[in-house]
Design a protein around this ligand. Structure first.
Ligand code: GDP
Ligand code: MG
Length: 483
């Protein structure tokens, strides 16, 4: 019988290890000057090489300094003191990478940082590649692949919600869920194979209806996770909100008012905005990406028509569309335009702008008139604002935040990584094939092949398979140096 072992070291991890050997060094804080800079070393020679340069103020000898402690001392080369530094010693395996690690907090001058790094390079320490510290943490099993990827997301998080998703992933909630799914599939596969071994004796180890319900559960779990991707992805990159409408309805004015800066040119000349203009803004911990677009109208102007084509493209990629109109807009034409822009998964806010010109009254009958002319039933929110009055935008901002919260769905774990999405997608395809196979009494050996695929797809998320070096390279090269 063939079961997948969880603990065997993946073959290509060994290959990758060879690429990440020796002792490495890098600046862990951003390059340039700052109050302090932190230089990090990891590897077998980190301690010995540091003893060449460091003298503690208390004259404590290097070997006597216990692990996980910070010591004050001088970092010198040939009697010349380069800086007074704080040094932290972490003895492997109790360190970020699992190896011996030294962190040197020096004054944040580029000169000092470079000088210290050069001292180490001159005694044979290697400069770290992008992501190499975290790669070592993964290779030394301090974290799995999806947790390592979450480290990059945590550093890149620009909003509370993106931070929350990355944090949850790094702490392993997602990995645990994946591992549980994988274990269930492994058991399932074992049962089917056991049955194959005994096929002559007509024994049934795998209770088909039980297997079917397990598959249904897996299908549901994986679909839920897969569906959380669109939410996870927009949270990570910023929820794309397109602002569209006829020329001169105040789209650029709205963008500026939301961002509280003069980002886009506002003028009463129709067709001023020809290219789309984007900027981000955090509202209630959610990163939004607002996109001002060229006004929609028939035009012979070549540049403007390229802009209009781009508007449609931007709207097609948006999660939320703010469609602006004003009191004298033609309801029929407005409805037609909304209809044309609407697509699946688009939250539509149809907003009357410039209500300041009408005593701040929103014309509900005009809004209903527009809605009644929509041929398909489209869920829209009707609303009135004035781009000239930032207070009138507060309810609009609240609706935007609520709409994003509604996108989350009921999966408590959210995925935001396209590699994970692809893996789940492939796993789901395999599961569908198995479900079909069971219905058509497909032989066990064929089912078992599909199962192996599904197990590998899920395992690839946490790194529980023969990782190929290209995959690891692609993941870790996206990190910054020093991480
Ligand atoms: N009274 C009033 N005028 C506005 C408002 N929003 C925009 N405008 C004016 O409408 C004109 C067109 O605005 P603009 O933002 O360039 O429209 P766009 O073509 O849709 O980007 C400008 O003269 C703006 O000052 C508003 O809420 N109230
Ligand atoms: Mg404009």
């Amino acid at each position: 019988m063939n079961t997948d072992s969880t603990n065997a070291e993946p073959h290509s991890v060994k290959k990758f290890k060879m690429l990440s050997e020796g002792t490495i060094i890098a600046l862990a804080t951003p390059a340039g000057s700052g109050a302090i800079g932190i230089i990090r070393l990891s590897g077998p020679d980190a301690f010995e090489k540091t003893s060449f340069f460091f003298r503690s103020k208390s004259k404590q000898s290097w070997n006597k300094i216990p692990s996980n402690t910070i010591v004050l001392g001088n970092f010198s080369l040939d009697q010349e003191i380069i800086d007074e530094v704080l040094l932290t010693k972490f003895k492997g395996p109790h360190s970020y990478t699992g190896e011996n690690v030294v962190e040197i907090s020096c004054h944040g001058s580029s000169y000092i940082q470079q000088k210290i790094i050069t001292c180490y390079l001159d005694v044979g320490i290697n400069p770290a590649q992008a992501g190499e510290f975290t790669l070592r943490a993964y290779l030394n099993r301090k974290m799995d692949l999806s947790q390592a990827e979450a480290v990059a997301d945590i550093i890149a998080a620009e909003s509370a919600s993106a931070h929350q998703i990355a944090m949850q992933q790094m702490r392993g909630g997602f990995s645990k869920k994946m591992e549980n799914l994988r274990q269930e599939l492994i058991q399932f596969k074992a049962l089917i194979e056991l049955e194959l071994d005994f096929s002559e004796e007509e024994v049934e180890f795998a209770n088909i209806s039980q297997l079917k319900s397990l598959l249904n559960l897996l299908h549901k779990n994986i679909s839920g996770l897969k569906n959380s991707f669109s939410y996870g992805n927009v949270i990570k990159k910023g929820v794309p909100v397109a602002i569209a409408g006829k020329p001169n309805v105040g789209k650029s004015s709205l963008l500026n008012a939301l961002l509280n800066e003069e980002k886009a040119i506002v003028s009463d000349v129709p067709g001023t905005t020809r290219d789309s203009i984007e900027d981000t803004l955090v509202l209630s911990g959610i990163l939004f990406r607002f996109i001002d677009t060229a006004g929609l109208r028939e035009t012979k102007d070549i540049v403007e028509s390229i802009g209009i084509k781009k508007t449609r493209e931007k709207v097609s990629q948006a999660s939320i569309l703010i469609y602006l109109y004003q009191r004298d807009s033609d309801p029929k034409e407005t409805a037609k335009e909304i209809q044309k822009l609407s697509h699946e998964n688009l939250n539509l806010l149809v907003v009357e702008n410039k209500i300041d010109e009408h005593n701040n009254n929103f014309d509900i009958s005009l809004a209903s008139n527009i809605e009644s002319r929509l041929k398909q039933k489209i869920d829209i929110i009707k609303f009135g604002i004035s781009s000239r009055d930032s207070k009138s935008l507060i309810p609009l901002q609240k609706i935007l935040v609520d709409q994003v919260k509604n996108m989350k769905g009921d999966s408590s774990i959210v995925i935001n990584n396209s590699r994970h999405y692809m893996a789940l997608n492939s796993a789901l395809e395999s599961i569908l094939l198995i479900q079909k196979g069971l219905d058509n009494n497909l032989p066990g050996d064929l089912l078992s092949i599909e199962l192996k695929d599904a197990i590998n797809h899920i395992g690839s998320i946490t790194g529980n398979i023969d990782n190929d070096q290209d995959v690891l390279g692609a993941i870790f090269s996206q990190f910054c140096i020093g991480k």
